[in-house]
Ligand binder design. Sequence first.
Ligand SMILES: Cc1cc2nc3c(=O)[nH]c(=O)nc-3n(C[C@H](O)[C@H](O)[C@H](O)COP(=O)(O)OP(=O)(O)OC[C@H]3O[C@@H](n4cnc5c(N)ncnc54)[C@H](O)[C@@H]3O)c2cc1C
Length: 499
Amino acid sequence: MGVRPAVGRRGVLPVVEIVYVVVAVAYDFDLVVLGAGPAGEKGAVQAAYFGKRVAIVEREAEPGGAAVHTGTLPSKTLRETALFLSGYRQRELYGLTVNVNTELAVPRLLSRKNAVRELEVARIRWNLERHGVQSMRGIARFLDSHAVELASLGAAPRRVTSEYFLIATGSKPFQPSNIPFDDEDVDDSDTILMIDRLPKTLIILGGGVIGCEYATMFAAMGVRVTLIDGRDRLLPFLDFEIGERLRGAMNSLGIDLRMSSETKSVKRALGRGIVCALGDGTELVAEKLLFAAGRSGRTEDLDLATIGVPTDKRGNIVVDGDYRTPIPNVYAAGDVIGFPALASTSMEQARVAVCHAFDFSYKRQVSTLLPYGIYTIPEVSCVGLSEEMAKEQKIEVVVGRAFYRDNARGKIIGDKDGVIKLLFDRGTRRLVGCHCIGDRASELVHIGQSAILLAGTVDTFIEMVFNYPTLSELFKYAAYDALGAIGRPFGAGVAGIGS
Ligand SMILES: Cc1cc2nc3c(=O)[nH]c(=O)nc-3n(C[C@H](O)[C@H](O)[C@H](O)COP(=O)(O)OP(=O)(O)OC[C@H]3O[C@@H](n4cnc5c(N)ncnc54)[C@H](O)[C@@H]3O)c2cc1C
């Protein structure tokens, strides 16, 4: 308020005038990101890139989250180690059966895993530093919607305020109370990477992506694996044919698949090992058991009730299409919001959340066309519609397949079983689905993804010139295969012209 003299009809009168003062609330930061996994790193850097004052809080000594320390990269490093030590890729080429030296396998795995981790941690630190993101250590919990308290061992709690928050605290393995996780031979998807020896036998409960990946890796290293799942089909989101091919490959690796099986109990029986009792009365015994049936949002330390942010029964935060919680300045992204819980999507969600918060007219949605990479042995990857999805959506599709065994590069690398399957809309000739199983599947699928995004048709692949010899060339031959099925061959009118 201010007082100034004013001239009235009867002379100078004191007039009280209200002066509005815009008080900028001085928050410590424009954005504080909780958790330095893939979502946290990318969200923080996105905001800092556009000039915002950003801090990132991490409870662990190193950034990277599950992707670097317990999930994506360590499991993929284990896969490469399994492929290398088992000579899997060379088997077909040289007719070799390589016996894994189990004494050697675990130390090799651990040293590779640690080397990859160190490089990735260094990259993340450098990325945060070069964008001016301030890194803080501590377990964060909300005091109010603009303040968190950071608790860290040996230091006094610290209060940090911010205009916006991005919660990116990830997930942890779901641990039902009837599984004895206190037994050193019962592991979840975090602890399995700390093994000090390869077991001779392993039971895996849960045939999702993580369960299937570990099943094939351990089986390739000579471990006798039994995989138990309550559903009748492995990875039901896969195109049925591709799922069946994967099931065949898993059988060839010697994996005992127990589908439609209910697990009644898991306990240690002295002198026998871990005993898993199934609903039909069967008892399975193994040296180790891996429980890989789901993850839960890591929200228990955040005190979300204080600010009124709800979670579902698995601890996942509920957000809207812009990754905003019901509290307008609090966003959440990555595993902490649940499905699809992938590093790939987590990073994108965080970038979109930050762009929405600060109204950057830059990246406003996560692509609806998501590729899936499943790092089983063999690798599987897909994008777009499966045959079953196309049928449900009443889209008439034409299928084209090309086999690694008929491809020059496929022959060189000795992959006899790989396949690329393309689905084209019969009416528009556009590619609507791409499914790969075999070496490099998770790389190859991006050719299909680009074609779908750019409205590519069967003719696009026929026109393209591919490097030779490459696996990419499989796309051309899958397109020729589809062209024959369409019955309207490109140009000459002869079905199967390119086969
Ligand atoms: C075995 C396995 C294999 C996988 N393979 C793949 C794959 O091949 N491809 C793929 O895309 N994805 C894969 N994933 C999934 C991927 O790892 C996750 O989707 C990804 O790590 C999620 O990133 P995020 O940033 O949301 O969470 P996280 O990576 O979990 O990071 C969260 C971070 O928040 C920190 N944190 C938690 N609570 C607090 C708190 N209160 N205060 C401060 N910090 C906190 C944690 O310490 C952690 O560093 C795999 C996962 C597993 C388990």
